[in-house]
Design a protein around this ligand. Structure first.
Ligand code: KDG
Ligand code: MG
Length: 404
């Protein structure tokens, strides 16, 4: 009988911090999972190293669901980002192993492709509207059919999603302490419709436009924003209110027809149960690596399918290429796929992760390599040691800490 012979955690920082789980079997097959939790990387590394890896050795790698249940139920403490990221890394590594053993890409094990390619959206941002327009143009030149648009709000210091500009990639985490930014809702609510108007004026309605509110509004403010953007027909507004309050979406939903997306900070099917079963959102943004892996996210999507809710998974650069590949396999297979975020990875991530997924004409494909199709070079990873880096905090004018 094949057994897991080793499970080890590699923390590295090729462009940003990544936590990678490597699982080896007695047949010499190696599987990888992403365990990166932005700003809390070492907490997941410890959860895995100290509590999970010792339990994996000796188990049958083929029993993915049983291992998931064993780790989830066996912890007593359930859900939460650290636990669900650790369980996800194991789950994804075991799917990688299963694919390699079968000689099939993971999406084939999930029922095969339901579509030819995975629609992705890129990130266009600017320190002002003209700079944003140039960034949108650059995405359209690359073939994107969907673009997230963010611009620095006048009077706000360090608008989220705009700072740390690096080509088509932005990186919100920096420094050994969180950067202190400011937030001003009134300016933002006046500014956001003007941004959409400028982009529609220049590029028309043939491109999908997305926008991330980053949990900054109260329900009634979010309702106002949704209404004011209706003439510009956004694909969605994301994280309009703090995500942990599912019932807040009842208010937003009641007042606007702008499609709603939420979930990148949520970690389980129970965290989105009300959102889905009351049809309060149109897209769920939970990711493979923060939501218990392929096995758990597949169930969440199946629940969403019953209620006409589609996927729109988080895919920022702080999810490693391993996570991105896992997302693409699931995206390709599920019937209720909506869209996938794609931000790309900063160099030198490419020296550590070699991925076989492809981008062409606004769509991605996970490729035909067995398993996930991502090779992880542990020796290369050792050249890039961990550096503490944190996401920013936001304060209102009076110094009060604001949401996200
Ligand atoms: O870890 C946090 C980032 O991934 C996140 O803030 C980026 O909001 C984000 C997004 O939509 O990609
Ligand atoms: Mg977001």
């Amino acid at each position: 009988m094949t057994r897991i012979t080793d499970a080890r955690v590699v923390v590295s920082s090729p462009g940003r911090n990544y936590v990678t789980l490597v699982v080896e079997t007695s047949d010499g097959v190696v599987g990888v999972g992403d365990a990166t939790l932005n700003g809390r990387e070492l907490a997941v590394a410890s959860y895995l190293r100290d509590h999970v890896c010792p339990l994996l050795v000796g188990r049958d790698p083929a029993r993915i669901e049983d291992t998931w249940q064993y780790l989830y139920k066996g912890a007593y403490w359930r859900r939460g980002p650290v636990t669900m990221t650790a369980v996800a890394a194991v789950d994804v590594a075991l799917w990688d192993v299963k694919g390699k053993v079968a000689g099939l890409p993971v999406y084939q094990l999930l029922g095969g492709a339901s579509r030819d390619g995975v629609l992705v959206y890129g990130h266009a941002d600017g320190r002002d509207v003209p700079e944003l327009l140039e960034a949108v143009a650059a995405h359209l030149e690359q073939g994107y059919e969907a673009v997230r648009i963010q611009a620095a709000v006048p009077g706000v210091v360090g608008t989220y999603g705009v700072s740390q500009h690096d080509g088509l990639i932005y990186e919100p985490a920096s420094g050994a302490r969180p950067e202190e930014t400011t937030w001003e809702t009134t300016s933002y609510l006046d500014f956001a419709p003007r941004v959409f108007e400028a982009v529609r004026d220049r590029f028309g309605f043939g491109v999908h436009l997305l926008h991330d509110v980053h949990h900054r509004l109260t329900p009634i403010e979010a309702a106002r924003l949704g209404r004011s953007l209706e003439p510009y027909r956004p694909f969605w507004i994301e994280d309009a209110t703090p995500a942990e309050d599912q019932s807040a979406f009842r208010t937003v939903r009641a007042h606007t027809t702008t499609p709603l997306a939420v979930g990148e900070v949520l970690n389980s099917i129970w965290d989105v149960q009300t959102l889905i079963t009351e049809r309060l959102v149109d897209y769920v943004r939970t990711s493979v690596s923060h939501t218990g892996g392929i096995s758990h996210l597949r169930k969440l999507y199946a629940l969403a399918e019953l209620y006409g809710v589609r996927s729109g998974a988080h895919g920022a650069g702080d999810l490693s290429p391993v996570a991105h590949a896992a997302a693409l396999h699931l995206d390709l297979a599920i019937p209720n796929f909506g869209i996938q975020e794609h931000m790309g990875h900063r160099d030198p991530a490419g020296e550590v992760f070699t991925s076989s997924y492809t981008f062409s004409g606004g769509y991605m494909h996970p490729g035909q390599a067995p398993g996930l199709g991502v090779e992880f070079d542990e020796r290369a990873a050792a050249r890039f040691p961990y550096e503490p880096r944190y996401l920013p905090v936001a304060r209102r004018r009076d110094g009060t800490l604001h949401d996200w």
